[in-house]
Design a protein around this ligand. Structure first.
Ligand SMILES: [Zn+2]
Length: 383
C-alpha cells in the first residue's frame, strides 16, 4: 500500500529493506536484542552508553544521535512483556543512522538530539512478565522509586530534560478503536500532569503531535487508531514526566488481524516516531488543534475476543440439538492454546478471528474453561 505522502512511502520501503530481521517475534529478551545493540553501537553517528543495570544485573543501555538543543527521549519495555516498540526503536535508530531519510533537513543533527533507551525492564523481559524482578510494576513506581529501573528512568529525565518524551508500551489485543472500530493497532495518549487534566503548552504540543501522527497513520489504519484514557495517575511515569514539562506521548502497540507477532504495529511505530521527529523540526504539528486530538476514537476495552465461532450445532445424542455461538480466549498469552470462555448467543461480540460453524455438529456439551483444540480442529477443518 503506497502512502500518498512520498516521504512516508520512502520510509516504509526503507524499513522493509533495513529492519532488523531477527526481531520479528512477539516477545523480545535482552539476550535476543544484545547483538543488535552491539551492532547499533558501532554505526556512524550513534553514541552509546551503558547507563545502568536492572535489579538482576542486566545492562540498560542508551543510544543517542544528534547534538542539537531540542531533546527527544524515547524508552521502551518498562513492562517486560511489551516488546513491540523495542524492535521499532532499534529499526528507527538504524534508519536514522543510514542518512537515507531524505525528508529531514540536512542539518537535523545540529537541531536536535534523540536519546533512546530500549528495554528498561530486561528482567521482566526474560521472565515474560509485566513486572520487574522485584514484582513491582515499574510504571507505578514513578514516585516511590523502589526499583533501580525506575530510579534510572527518573534520573535520565532529570539529566536530559527532554522537550518531547515517548513512552512506548503494548496493550492487550482486545481494545477496539471506538465501539465499532477495528482492533486498536496503535493507541495514543498525551497524559495528564494534574487531576484537573489542564492542557499547558507542552501538553498541547503532545496532542498536536499525536494528531499529526494519527493523520499519517490513518492511511494504513483508517479504523484502527485509538485514544487512551487520560485519567491522571500520579504514580505513573508518563504522567510524572508530563509534569516535568516534557511533551509526553504514550504509544500503545496493539493487535492487528492475522498478525500474532505485531509486525504491523512495529512498522507503524517507526512511521509514527519518524513523523513526530520530522514534525517537531518543521513545526507542521502546529496546524493541528485540540479538536483533531479528540476526534481520535476512544480506545474501547473488551471490543474483541480472540476467536468467535458462530452457529455451532450441539448434539449430545440424548437431547434435542441446539445452536450456540462459542467464544474462545487464548490461554496465558499462548496464541496456540484456547479455552472456551462463553457459550450461547454472542451477537454484538466481535472476534479477532471469526469462524462460521454453520452446518457443523459438535457431539458433546461444551464446558467453560475447557480446552478448545478439538473444537477448533472441527471448525477449522471445514474452512
Ligand atoms: Zn505497558
Amino acid at each position: 500500500m503506497t502512502h500518498p505522502n512520498s516521504a512516508v512511502s520512502a520510509l516504509e520501503s526503507l524499513w522493509q529493506q533495513h529492519k532488523w530481521p531477527d526481531l520479528a517475534t512477539r516477545q523480545l529478551t535482552y539476550t535476543q536484542i544484545e547483538p543488535v545493540l552491539d551492532a547499533l553501537s558501532a554505526l556512524p553517528m550513534i553514541r552509546h552508553q551503558h547507563i545502568g543495570r536492572s535489579y538482576l544485573g542486566t545492562p540498560i543501555r542508551r543510544f543517542s544521535i544528534g547534538q542539537g538543543p531540542l531533546v527527544l527521549l524515547a524508552w521502551t519495555q518498562m513492562h517486560g512483556n511489551e516488546s513491540t516498540a523495542t524492535a521499532a526503536v532499534l529499526d528507527w535508530l538504524k534508519l536514522l543512522s543510514s542518512e537515507k531519510l531524505t525528508e529531514l533537513p540536512p542539518d537535523w543533527q545540529q537541531l536536535m538530539t534523540l536519546h533512546v533507551i530500549p528495554m528498561l525492564n530486561p528482567d521482566g523481559a526474560a521472565a515474560g512478565t509485566r513486572e520487574t524482578a522485584q514484582g513491582i510494576d515499574m510504571n507505578r513506581d514513578a514516585l516511590a522509586r523502589q526499583t533501580p529501573e525506575g530510579r534510572l528512568l527518573w534520573q535520565q529525565v532529570q539529566e536530559l530534560k527532554p522537550s518531547v518524551a515517548f513512552n512506548l508500551h503494548d496493550q492487550n489485543p482486545y481494545y477496539a478503536a471506538g465501539p465499532q472500530g477495528e482492533p486498536a493497532t496503535i493507541a495514543f495518549l498525551a497524559p495528564a500532569y494534574h487531576p484537573d487534566k489542564h492542557v499547558d503548552g507542552p501538553r498541547l504540543r503532545a496532542k498536536q503531535l499525536i494528531a499529526h501522527m494519527r493523520q499519517i497513520l490513518s492511511h494504513y489504519l483508517p479504523k484502527g487508531i485509538g485514544r487512551y484514557d487520560d485519567s491522571y495517575s500520579e504514580r505513573s511515569f508518563g504522567d510524572a514526566i508530563a509534569g516535568c514539562g516534557a511533551s509526553t506521548i504514550l504509544i500503545e502497540s496493539g493487535a492487528h488481524r492475522d498478525d500474532s507477532t505485531r509486525q504491523v504495529a512495529r512498522r507503524l511505530n517507526v512511521i509514527a516516531l519518524q513523523a513526530a521527529l520530522s514534525a517537531v523540526l518543521s513545526g507542521v504539528y502546529q496546524d493541528y488543534s485540540l479538536a483533531d486530538y479528540y476526534a481520535i476514537p476512544a480506545n474501547f476495552a473488551d471490543g474483541f475476543v480472540d476467536i468467535k465461532i458462530t452457529q455451532l450445532t450441539i448434539d449430545d445424542g440424548q437431547h434435542a440439538p441446539y445452536l450456540a455461538d462459542i467464544l474462545l480466549k487464548c490461554r496465558d498469552n499462548d496464541t496456540s492454546a484456547y479455552v472456551i470462555e462463553f457459550v450461547g448467543d454472542a451477537r454484538g461480540q466481535r472476534g479477532l478471528r471469526e469462524l462460521s460453524a454453520q452446518g457443523l455438529t459438535w457431539k458433546q456439551l461444551p464446558r467453560l474453561g475447557a480446552a478448545a483444540e478439538e473444537l477448533l480442529q472441527l471448525v477449522d477443518a471445514d474452512r
